[in-house]
Design a protein. Structure first.
Length: 163
């Protein structure tokens, strides 16, 4: 029974998170991540941009990621369909582990360019649904909710070099 439980934990909790972490950490440069000069201004201290982002987030993102950025319950465990629930965007999630360019690219293009072949996600691509400035505003809003220490750590995340 012990090894059965360990296998279940490994396959339903740990392995999916390792795959997602590897996909969003190492693969963006291989699939053509968004160049830094194409990322809109993202300023979590700009009250107007944050207010716009909060409004857009409420209309377009909160239904999956939660009105308080809390994500879906048990977001680290696969659903029956094999996909992972929407993660939180507050300080308890992993959003702050990614650069602004990666957050922008994932929001604009979905996870497909950032994930291994065959990886399936319910994350929509918002290209054509939101402007680049709206996506930047949403990211600014999310970042504005993080404690100063988390914002500082996210600012220190290095952008992978592209060829």
């Amino acid at each position: 029974m012990g090894s059965e439980l360990a296998h279940k934990i490994l396959t339903r909790q740990i392995l999916p998170m390792l795959v997602l972490a590897a996909a969003t950490t190492f693969l963006p440069s291989a699939f053509g991540q968004v160049p830094l000069d194409r990322v809109p201004r993202i300023d979590s201290t700009d009250a107007e941009q944050v207010a716009t982002g909060k409004s857009v987030y409420g209309a377009k993102c909160a239904s999956c990621h939660g009105a308080k950025l809390e994500g879906q319950p048990n977001w680290r465990m696969r659903l029956a369909n094999g996909r992972l629930p929407a993660p939180p965007h507050d300080q308890t999630g992993h959003t702050w582990h990614h650069t602004d360019a990666d957050l922008f690219g994932i929001t604009k293009h979905g996870l497909k360019p950032y994930a291994p072949a065959g990886y399936q996600s319910d994350m929509l691509a918002f290209d054509g649904r939101l402007s680049d400035d709206q996506i930047g505003a949403v990211i600014a809003y999310i970042k504005s909710t993080w404690p100063a220490g988390i914002r500082a750590r996210q600012a220190g995340v290095k952008q992978p070099e592209t060829a």
